[in-house]
Design a binder for this molecule. Sequence first.
Ligand code: NAP
Length: 253
Amino acid sequence: MLENKVGMIFGVANKRSIAWACAAACGEKGARQAFTFQGDRLKESVEKLAGELPDSLVVPCDVTDQAQVDAAFAAVGAKYGRLDYLVHSIAFAPREALEGEFVTTTRDAFRTALEISAFSLTQVSLAAAPLMTEGGSIVTMTYYGAEKVVPNYNVMGVAKAALESSTRYLAADLGKQNIRVNAISAGPINTLSARGVKNMGSLLGYVGEKSPLKRNVTAAEVGNTALFLVSDLSSGITGETIYVDCGYNIMGI
Ligand code: NAP
């Protein structure tokens, strides 16, 4: 399905990462993929995981450093000559902003969360577009806390609202180059980032009980949806936020 396609994956921290589930699903269908990591701390684990997939590339990329972003895309261009899809699966807010009341969010926490979790999609889309010479697909990860209040999600909810809106503006801009941009709104999954949100455990329990499918979604299910969105099967879909949350978002009470 993805033979001869080249992907770039942002956001693998470890094997539980949603980004890794996306990469594994796409790798199984024949894609070659580049992986970015932030900081030397993650280098070894990302290299080990990427090594499980054929003809992969691992490059550093902290999105707060434009020089690293430029270098990462240059490395992808040099190795593969082009890019067909990109998975943006990164987010960050200072831990103290992910507990208590939203009203106490500091200017610094707001700026950091919005820059890393939302602006970075625009940043990497601009860099990816010239490499997507035969069209392309960009997929990002969002969460229901963008539209409804979820306790402790706070400034990350505001960042995800900006991310979802960015998805639509980017889809409108890049559509003429046959580049599609979509967001997956994943239900809660127990990953490293998720553990940074206070009381994540009780959120998982609540959602698992209330969702129509009576369980939590898995990273593999999100990965399969990413596979659909980067493949030609979704060629008519752009600018959308697609829920992969066992149906939780449709419930009123
Ligand atoms: P994860 O494994 O911790 O992945 C988050 C990634 O973001 C990590 O690789 C992290 O690297 C990276 N990152 C943070 N700051 C960065 C920066 N400045 N530059 C580059 N990368 C940076 O957690 P995850 O749950 O899979 O999260 C992936 C995405 O899914 C996020 O956008 C998240 O909001 C979204 N999402 C998650 C859930 C959930 O319940 N897990 C639900 C819906 C949406 P470091 O570890 O080095 O910081």
